[in-house]
Design a binder for this molecule. Structure first.
Ligand code: S3P
Length: 448
């Protein structure tokens, strides 16, 4: 089948993606790589920037989010070369040595950039910083990081009682705290660890369940002193230890692989091998859920690359079964819920997703976005304050859809459209470039 049935139309600043495939004749086949992990890419740039000596990063994600992190760091005097997924090398400026930026820092669409940057900046005594973001980021809650930073003595101002960007920060010497977070969030944890790294004494963050641990792994590799207590989900950092530049090899992003894992499972006669996927246990909730749904996925060539577990994943078409997704697994698949909702639409039975209210404060309200757009295609999804109920097995019909300017919603809708009858138009599909600029090209290569 010709892949020319996927077209992009640019209208002013936006792109419509038009998908017009004969779903009954479609299959996906191929062996391919996915782009670098977004979370690890941000952290490699940030830790490299505040280290002494040279950092080498291989496999960096070239999406808009890490690009925004790099631009912020360059504005504060770190000489990061143009981003490149093969290899970049740069020298860090050391702890607490970022320069005061001459202009407002812009995190764009990236929650990780703004929240980690706040932890990094708050301790830069004598410097003044302003940081903002796009329309979506300026509505997302910042009090979850502003509050603990204020407890450490940080001076931060913003709209709605300092809870919304744009935020202004007057750098200041901080005092260590033990912070008990009410949400399992790697952005909150990493923000506090970065602030603690630059604060004399021991700073501890305890979270209700474990969120992704890339910061802990990378901080230890760069020489920080960390004490991790898995039984209480607590991490303690001893501030003041200088970091030393390292070589980081960024694995493929399991959150990007997720679209192909679901596509390979639901599109008949498909078989995909996704090479070099990061399979850190704090991120593999998607694999556990797809196994519960009886997807045919196998691990090959398992290895550890610069401190992160990696594997090749083979997926074959499967008859999916409904399941329940709730509690501690949610933080380990937080970004995969939109694409798992698509999987549930094609599964036999009723899938229930609970304890996922965090999705309402992501790049969009992801529960509302995915439910409303898939329902427009004929799905039977009921929305609850903290989740969704999906009645599987209802055929989809193409239609006119909106991505809500959210990369993961746009890509989830593309996968749903592959199995829909008739053409689908997805408005504002340019959002895909936030985490996976080559997504559509890869799709075109996989269509047989
Ligand atoms: C991220 C953590 C998660 C995730 C986001 C990336 C990170 O957010 O949704 O895409 O890199 O730390 P929360 O920490 O808000 O759950």
């Amino acid at each position: 089948m010709s892949s020319s049935f996927i077209t992009l139309k640019t209208i002013a600043d936006h792109q419509d993606l038009i998908i017009n495939l004969q779903s009954s004749e479609l299959a996906l086949q191929g062996t391919f790589k996915i782009p670098g992990d977004k979370s690890i890419s941000h952290r490699a740039l940030i830790l490299g920037a505040i280290s002494q000596g040279e950092t080498i990063i291989k496999g960096l994600l070239l999406g808009q989010d890490p690009h925004n992190t790099a631009v912020c760091l360059r504005r504060m005097g770190v000489e990061i070369p143009p981003l490149n997924s093969d290899c970049i090398t740069f020298k860090g400026v050391g702890l607490k040595n970022l320069q005061e930026p001459l202009n407002v820092l812009d995190a764009g669409n990236s929650g990780t950039t703004i929240r980690l940057m706040l932890g990094l900046l708050a301790s830069h005594q004598g410097h003044f910083f302003c940081i903002t973001g796009d329309n979506s980021l300026r509505t997302r809650p910042m009090s979850r990081v502003v509050k603990p930073l204020q407890e450490m003595g940080a001076k931060i101002w913003g709209r709605k009682n300092h809870s919304l960007a744009p935020l202004a920060i007057q750098g200041h010497n901080l005092t260590p705290i033990h912070y008990y977070s009410s949400i399992a969030s790697a952005q909150v944890k990493s923000c506090i660890l970065l602030a603690g790294l630059m604060t004399e004494g021991k700073t501890t963050i305890t979270e209700p369940t474990l969120s992704r641990d890339h910061s802990e792994r990378m901080l230890q590799a760069f020489g920080a002193t960390l004490d991790i207590d898995p039984s209480t989900h607590s991490v303690t950092i001893t501030g003041g230890t200088p970091l030393t530049g390292q070589k980081v090899v960024v694995p493929g992003d399991i959150s990007s692989a997720a679209f192909w894992l679901v596509a390979g499972a639901i599109v008949p006669e498909s078989e995909l091998v996704i090479k070099n996927v990061g399979v850190n246990p704090t991120r593999t909730g998607i694999l556990e859920v797809l196994a519960m749904m009886e997807a045919n996925i196998t691990f090959e060539n398992q290895r550890v690359v610069t401190g992160e577990p990696v594997a090749d994943l083979r997926v074959k078409s499967s008859r999916l079964k409904a399941c329940t997704i709730s509690e501690e697994i949610i933080p380990r698949l937080i970004d995969e819920i939109p694409i798992l909702t698509v999987a549930a639409v094609f599964a036999q039975g009723i899938t229930v997703i609970k304890d996922a209210a965090e999705l309402r404060v992501k790049e969009s309200d992801r529960l509302a976005a995915i439910a409303s757009q898939l329902n427009r295609m004929g799905a039977r999804i009921t929305e609850f304050p903290d989740g969704l109920e999906i009645v599987g097995g209802t055929p989809l019909t193409g239609g006119e859809l909106d991505s809500y300017a959210d990369h993961r919603i746009a890509m989830s809708l593309v996968i749903a459209a592959l199995m829909a009858k008739g053409p689908t138009i997805i408005h504002r599909s340019e959002a895909i470039a936030v985490s996976y600029p080559e997504f559509i090209t890869t799709l075109q290569q996989l269509i047989t």
